[in-house]
Design a protein around this ligand. Structure first.
Ligand SMILES: Cc1ncc(COP(=O)(O)O)c(C=O)c1O
Length: 411
């Protein structure tokens, strides 16, 4: 949620501009609301990739979420936020032996495995550490989901096609040393827009598990049905109404033989934290080049929206609210401008040809809904500007401040 103007100004005077601010009450509220829309026995995993800031993650832990991590850095954040390693899930493609040894050493016992060699690597690491571990087989089911960025039902580097797991079911039946297969993991895609699509995806995950049980003769205990719970990115708005989601999922469970035997896990990043975050930025200069205006900000794609490769370019859609308009600005005619950052690249543009109210140097602007895929999903190292401070607040109190550090450390 946006902080109020006086509080935002106070934070800027204390911590500088640009500044990421996060409302911890909004994080707690979202976690509680999402859990209330899922079956009572479901587990919600927080996907650290959305935002590894320990202050946010801690709030999610305190509100009943577990940690889904994919790297050593995310492990460090999750431990800092107080998550017990034994309840974390480590996943992602291309796991290395070094990472796996580190995860096992840290106490992680749940892995999502993306292929046969991936399971083998987990088994080798568990054997050499002398511990038992649990895995979920990450499955790419045959059908494509209704998601903005589909990750199943297509050719994909994520997971293994359901057909391939089934063709080699004998290997799964034979098992791997120190490994127990607990179930499957399906991540259909992100920004699944409707309750109906979320229910449909959960049903597909359960059906896929049913087919794999039939092929392998195993009995699963867990189906991680992914999630893809939506939230607007860097623009106004909230999530669609999920009323009835829980009932829909319970009905999906009844439609499959294993539905009431398995525990459903869900993973969520953006839905849990996006709404908590606001980027505060200051207009450095407004200038004109021929027929065009440029509003130059002290932030850019190194702090927001660097995920061009992931199709998450916020261009055209970013909402900027002017928190400090000057007297008379409201009467000035709107003008059309590009909002650009301080990087030496024309790519450093947060909005193109945006119709703006009057803006002047010194105005403080706010970009809403950037608590997920903001700073750490951006080109934070490009041009070596220091990272903005990140402030977690509750009400009108600052709870914690953090700063991401980049730069070369001589070895
Ligand atoms: C496997 C997996 N889990 C969870 C997520 C988190 O997605 P979201 O932030 O949309 O909830 C992603 C995002 O790409 C993912 O790939």
């Amino acid at each position: 949620m946006l902080p109020d103007v006086a509080f935002a100004q106070d934070l800027i005077s204390r911590h500088g501009s640009p500044l990421y601010v996060y409302d911890l009450n909004a994080v707690a509220e979202r976690a509680r609301a999402l859990k209330a829309e899922l079956p009572d026995d479901a587990q919600v995993y927080y996907s650290f990739k959305a935002n590894p800031l320990p202050a946010l993650a801690r709030e999610l832990r305190l509100n009943g979420c577990r940690a889904e991590i994919t790297s050593e850095g995310e492990l460090a954040s999750a431990l800092e936020a107080g998550f017990p390693a034994a309840e974390m899930m480590f996943g992602g493609p291309g796991k290395t032996a070094k990472e796996l040894n580190e995860m096992i050493h840290a106490g992680i016992r749940f892995f999502s495995c993306e292929s046969f060699p991936d399971v083998q690597k987990v088994s080798t690491a568990a054997k050499s550490a002398g511990v038992d571990v649990n895995i979920l087989l990450r499955v790419n089911p045959p059908d494509a989901p209704d998601a903005r960025m589909a990750m199943t039902g297509i050719e994909s580097q994520f997971g293994l096609d359901e057909e391939q797991w089934i063709e080699q079911a004998v290997i799964i039946q034979a098992g791997w040393p120190r490994v127990t297969v607990r179930g499957i993991h399906v991540y259909f895609g992100t920004q699944v827009a409707t309750r109906e699509a979320l229910v449909e995806n959960t049903l597909r995950a359960l059906q896929s598990a049913e087919r794999l049980e039939a092929a392998t003769g195993l009995q699963f205990q867990i189906v991680n049905a992914g999630g893809g719970f939506p939230w607007p990115y860097a623009s106004d708005g909230e999530a669609p109404d999920f009323t009835g989601l829980k009932q829909g999922i319970e009905e999906a469970r009844k439609a499959v033989s294993l539905g009431n035997r398995v525990v459903l896990w869900f993973e969520s990043g953006r839905h849990l934290v996006a709404g908590s975050g606001t980027l505060l930025t200051t207009v450095v200069e407004v200038k004109r080049s021929r027929a065009k205006h440029f509003v130059i900000l002290d932030t850019g794609i190194h702090h927001l929206g660097g995920m061009t490769g992931l199709g998450r370019i916020p261009r055209f859609a970013v909402t900027f609210k002017n928190l400090t308009p000057e007297p008379g600005d409201a009467d000035a005619p709107p003008f059309v401008a590009d909002l650009v950052g301080p990087l030496c690249s024309p790519l450093d543009s947060l909005a193109r040809s945006a119709k703006l109210p009057n803006m002047r140097a010194g105005n403080l602007l706010a970009v809403p809904n950037v608590g997920a895929y903001g700073l750490t999903a951006s080109l934070i190292g490009f041009l070596s500007h220091p990272a903005p401070m990140e402030v977690a607040f509750r009400g009108d109190q600052v709870v914690e401040t953090w700063q991401w550090k980049t730069g070369h450390a001589k070895q």
